[in-house]
Design a protein around this ligand. Sequence first.
Ligand SMILES: *[C@@H]1O[C@H](CO)[C@@H](O)[C@H](O)[C@H]1NC(C)=O
Ligand SMILES: *[C@@H]1O[C@H](CO)[C@@H](O)[C@H](O)[C@H]1NC(C)=O
Ligand SMILES: *[C@@H]1O[C@H](CO)[C@@H](O)[C@H](O)[C@H]1NC(C)=O
Ligand SMILES: *[C@@H]1O[C@H](CO)[C@@H](O)[C@H](O)[C@H]1NC(C)=O
Ligand SMILES: *[C@@H]1O[C@H](CO)[C@@H](O)[C@H](O)[C@H]1NC(C)=O
Ligand SMILES: *[C@@H]1O[C@H](CO)[C@@H](O)[C@H](O)[C@H]1NC(C)=O
Ligand SMILES: [Cu+2]
Length: 781
Amino acid sequence: MFTKHVLAALAAIALPVMARPEPELWRRAMSLASAGVSTCGLSDEAPHVKAPKVNPWSPITQADVKAVWSFIHAPERGLNLTNPANATLTDNYVFWIDTLHTNKSSVLTYIDGTAEAPPKYARVVIFEGGKTEPVSQEYMVGPLPVSDKTTIAKYDYVFNGGSGGTVPYNARYLDGKRTAGYEPLLKSLMTEVADITKALFNGTYYGSSDNRTDIVEASTGPNSLDGTTSWVTSMFRYPGQASYMVPLDFYVLLDITGTDTSKYSLRGFVTNTRFFPTAADLRVAFEAGELKNEFPQTRDNAWAVLDHKPEMGVRDLEDRLAPQSLEVGGKRYKLDREQRYVEFMGWSFYMSFTRVLGLQFYDIKFKGERILYELSLQEAAAQYAGNQPKAANTVYQDTFFSIGTYSATLVEGFDCPYGATMLDISFPTGSGTTETHPAAICVFEADSGYPLARHRTGARGNPNGFSHLASVKGSALHVRTVATVGNYDYLFDYAFHVDGSMEIEVRASGYLQSSPYYADQGEFGPRVYTSTQGSYHDHVINFKADFDLITSANSLQRTDLVVVNQTQPWFPELGTFSQMSLKAANLEKEAQFNWAPNGQSMFTVINPTSTNKWGTPRGYRLVPGKSPIHLSIADSPFSLRQSHFLKSDLAVTRQHDNEPYANSWHNINLPSKPQQDFAKFFDGESVDGEDLVVWFNLGMHHYTRSEDVPVTLFSEAVSSIVFAPQNFNDRAPEGDLRNRRVIVSDAKTGAISYEDYGIPLPSCKVAVEEPASKILPWVIA
Ligand SMILES: *[C@@H]1O[C@H](CO)[C@@H](O)[C@H](O)[C@H]1NC(C)=O
Ligand SMILES: *[C@@H]1O[C@H](CO)[C@@H](O)[C@H](O)[C@H]1NC(C)=O
Ligand SMILES: *[C@@H]1O[C@H](CO)[C@@H](O)[C@H](O)[C@H]1NC(C)=O
Ligand SMILES: *[C@@H]1O[C@H](CO)[C@@H](O)[C@H](O)[C@H]1NC(C)=O
Ligand SMILES: *[C@@H]1O[C@H](CO)[C@@H](O)[C@H](O)[C@H]1NC(C)=O
Ligand SMILES: *[C@@H]1O[C@H](CO)[C@@H](O)[C@H](O)[C@H]1NC(C)=O
Ligand SMILES: [Cu+2]
């Protein structure tokens, strides 16, 4: 039967914004609905589902954070803490509080059985500058809620570097107290050479709060190699909205070892790629006329601001609204907001959130069978290159900055489709309170942009035949967040496809950490503006995928595509000839390895004791997606032993409660004496038929370009991986989907039948109002 459909009148109606208590309810639909117009259910709240269990991975509550704060500050704890608001370098004070990672061994019996949920713990970082040997120390506080059973203990067991949760002062985070510690020295040095910087750059720095200062200082990391000494590399820029794009060729290097700021000293100045150990040396060169500012930087930032530039012209029809992905059939996923639990087309999962790692997923199941126990970001690293101190010195590992705290408000209709479910994030601060960012995570189902499957069987040459045409809708549920860490915006997208595959994608936008332009340094990146060079850098983003396919005992099967010589008796004239063949073997021991060149190996996590109907072990294949890279440099002094996890595409280890993280957040400042040494995970343990963890890297070799101005484009700075079922099912899990069309035509009679499986196009109005983001309390984090 050929059914005719009325295409919905898709009208984008922008209405004035009203204050609404729940930001995601952008529902003018309400008034249309009351006027009897069907509104596609676009703006509806996702149907509620009750999570099977109270989420055991959830962040600790606001009340717990407060109680932990009081608990650790109580005199009987003996921690001798000063309130951070009043603390100095030589006091003990809390840096931050976070949720402690939950031991897998204690949670499985809860989610799979009848055991109690394991108790929650807080993770507390205390800067102990007041100790004889000043350190940063991590603690665990629990069980929570705080009671007389609650204790505080050093949090050592997740760090394998030999010093547990203790980090030497010189490797400690460069917080406001430390920057205030070196500011007087920087100020006096820059004041001493103010006439020189004025002459060279028309800029002077008399300290960050002096009203004569008209350039800004920016330092970089790491600040130490092993925690015995500490330095800071400062560069200067013109201030403004796009300050990252207007760097100046002037650097000051300071030694900031220890807590006694009177001992801080100048290592030297750098400009014109020359090093001057003292201000006097710099002055000699300046007065001899040897210093030039060949490519004067622009104080004007406007060219690098991400806004509409009418002077670039007009494109025909660009005054029309661009296509939108809308859930026109209504939301097809269910949500338990409180428990952060989602069900979608056979998928189910829980979410969590921490300061250090951001968004995490737990207990990811497809059709009731566990695929992953945990999926979480481990690190977002970047390493730069250049023949000047800032770019050469720069390695970022963004867990250092608590990357989770930089996820903030998403723009509906642009960052996420209109009508997406918006979730807030909350995390403990360093002062016993909880910070909340509205609409920092969005959940939505979107069209894949291609059919999941299709086939046409033609009737050509058979006048009595039928032609059969089938096409199946492709869609996926996405969970997305964007973390803006300084210059960069990292978009993390987790997609749950209806075919049982999962895709993890990272994109980067935001400002380059650019360098001043040097005519003779093209090997470090192109000139992208009058006096700005796009500094070459690598982004490497590490993830943990703790697969538990059906059970925890899994193997990693490597199938090599090898060419073999064969003889086959029916081709006697060929003699020996070459053939492709598959050679499979399970990885025996923990290992780090790369994707094979030309994709000639397949890596599949399998359950070796569970087979599909055809006798093949059930598995999920790791499919490299866009830009499957790892760190390009193996032995940089700035990314040495603390960065092993960035140096291979993949790694497989045995799961242990004391190895929950690839990296430690303080590790960036310990390249040659790591607090956490990923290499030590590889101690010869078997991973064949064991509880294994796959660690993988996404990333980009960021070959900077003029199109990185004003900001890097998400379209090109993208990397991804897919986990796809590989003999996991007996056939493709699509036959149960009714979102498909089948058209059969009879070649003889010309009769056509069109089947829509009871899912016709809706006839409703799409009522779209300017979204909630417009009225949200924007988070400027
Ligand atoms: C900081 O110190 C001042 C002066 O001693 C005191 O009045 C104030 O209460 C302190 N603030 C905190 C948060 O402890
Ligand atoms: C407590 O810390 C302060 C610095 O904040 C220090 O001066 C004092 O000696 C410490 N007291 C003890 C008992 O350690
Ligand atoms: C020098 O910098 C100041 C801002 O501090 C600016 O007002 C002035 O226009 C600049 N002069 C030149 C010649 O660019
Ligand atoms: C700058 O600060 C000085 C000293 O604090 C003050 O006397 C002067 O009025 C300020 N100038 C401007 C332009 O604000
Ligand atoms: C196949 O035979 C060719 C020709 O004898 C030889 O060069 C090649 O190395 C052989 N390849 C393999 C995989 O054995
Ligand atoms: C987690 O497991 C480790 C290693 O077995 C153990 O030392 C630690 O006490 C456990 N943590 C909690 C919170 O139970
Ligand atoms: Cu980049």
